[in-house]
Write a protein of this length. Structure first.
Length: 404
């Protein structure tokens, strides 16, 4: 979200007028997105568009407190509860806006979550303008002290005699942001990192905000809702145009804002109620993380807290031949590596491989009656009670993570 200049009293309307303008912009944004999306969607899929709009609004409102680039803080923007734009459901995403001319310190506890990744980006979040990745930082490449704390400095130039972890900013870019991703394997037992960010080249005390700050930020929220869904519709439409039904494509280069060193695979699944979709691959050697999840037809991740619509390297079973086999269907076949597509007529699927290239992946569709003969005899199964326990543990684990 790009920060707008503060307007003068003469430029500000009354509070009622500003609220009406805010509501009108939101209405226009929603209509524009629906008009573009709805013709090719069923009534249920049109509701998916509305859901994405609501989540976009929620993320923008949540980010309001840290829009001041001189006094930033990490604010939630995507997580397993705000599941828009194909967000990784194993990941909690936060963002802090900064300036390329400032000096910022990021410090706090590393935690035990699988991966903590910082991405420093020049530009503004949620615009159609080109952004530039200035740094991809895996916290495990940084110094972690005896207390489990990290201490990272971002600035245009390394301070003289500074020996700690430092990453450069571009002083020609007044607008920049830091995205924090916390990727978890074991939701029940891993502990998220706790990181702070503050600017150190100015007084710690924040001056009182003048009149018009809230109104200016309201306009940013409305602009974000107007632009962000359309921006990702461009991405979706490009992918869907090249996707074979029930097939997969390597999608790393076609996605905005990806993590450096992570491979992305995408697919579209459209099967009958009495069919199952199967994918199989060998987990890449040395990769610390892989995950697979289902999305609806508007890029929203399915509800992984209450349904088994995702798996990762911790939750999935590996077959005796060393391969992962994932089965997607509406009916539960009693397999550990099942993904629940629920009542959806068609779903999208996203796979991620951190620190690795996409492995060869084969796919096929089989009748549910032939599923047992299509898988190895030792394929891991679960009882109804085990499935119920797994679902309860998913809900507990995700609620233990910081989402707000």
């Amino acid at each position: 979200m790009s920060q707008t200049p503060m307007r003068t009293d003469a430029e500000l309307g009354t509070a009622i007028e500003e609220w009406q303008a805010f509501a009108a912009t939101l209405s226009e944004a929603g209509v524009a997105v629906h008009q573009r999306a709805d013709p090719d969607r069923s009534a249920a899929e049109q509701e998916q568009v509305t859901t994405a709009l609501l989540w976009t609004l929620l993320a923008a409102v949540a980010a309001l407190p840290q829009m001041n680039r001189d006094y930033p803080e990490f604010a939630p923007i995507l997580n397993p509860s705000v599941r828009r734009i194909a967000a990784n459901v194993d990941t909690i995403y936060s963002v802090a806006n900064i300036r390329g001319t400032g000096t910022y310190r990021i410090t706090g506890r590393r935690g035990t979550v699988r991966i903590v990744h910082l991405q420093v980006v020049g530009g503004s979040l949620g615009t159609n303008e080109k952004v530039t990745v200035l740094a991809d930082i895996n916290l495990d490449t940084c110094r972690i002290n005896d207390r489990g704390w990290v201490d990272i400095l971002l600035s245009p130039e390394r301070p003289e005699d500074y020996q700690g972890d430092w990453y450069p900013l571009d002083p020609s870019l007044d607008e920049a942001f830091v995205t924090l991703r916390q990727i978890s394997y074991d939701w029940l037992n891993e502990i998220d990192a706790q990181l702070s960010i503050h600017r150190v080249d100015q007084p710690a005390s924040r001056p009182a905000e003048g009149p018009g700050t809230v109104l200016s930020n309201m306009r940013l929220v409305a602009e974000y809702v107007a632009k962000e869904p359309l921006r990702f519709m461009d991405v979706q439409e490009h992918q869907l145009a090249s996707l074979p039904v029930n097939g997969l494509i390597e999608a790393t280069q076609s996605l905005p804002g990806t993590i450096g060193g992570q491979a992305y695979t995408h697919g579209l699944i459209q099967i009958a109620a009495n069919e199952a979709w199967i994918a199989e691959w060998e987990p890449p050697a040395g990769s610390p993380y892989w995950g697979v999840q289902l999305l609806d037809y508007f890029y929203n991740a399915l509800d992984v807290m209450r349904t088994q619509a995702s798996l990762n390297g911790h939750l999935a079973a590996v077959d005796g031949d060393g391969k992962i086999r994932v089965v997607v269907s509406a009916a539960d076949p009693g397999l550990q590596n099942w993904l629940d597509m629920g009542p959806h007529e068609r779903v999208q699927i996203r796979l991620r491989f951190y620190g690795a290239k996409q492995p060869p992946i084969s796919t096929r569709v089989v009748p549910l009656t032939e599923l047992p003969d299509s898988l190895p005899r030792n394929t891991a199964t679960v009882t109804p009670d085990q499935r119920s326990e797994a679902l309860r543990n998913r809900a507990i684990g995700l609620q233990l993570r910081r989402r707000w």
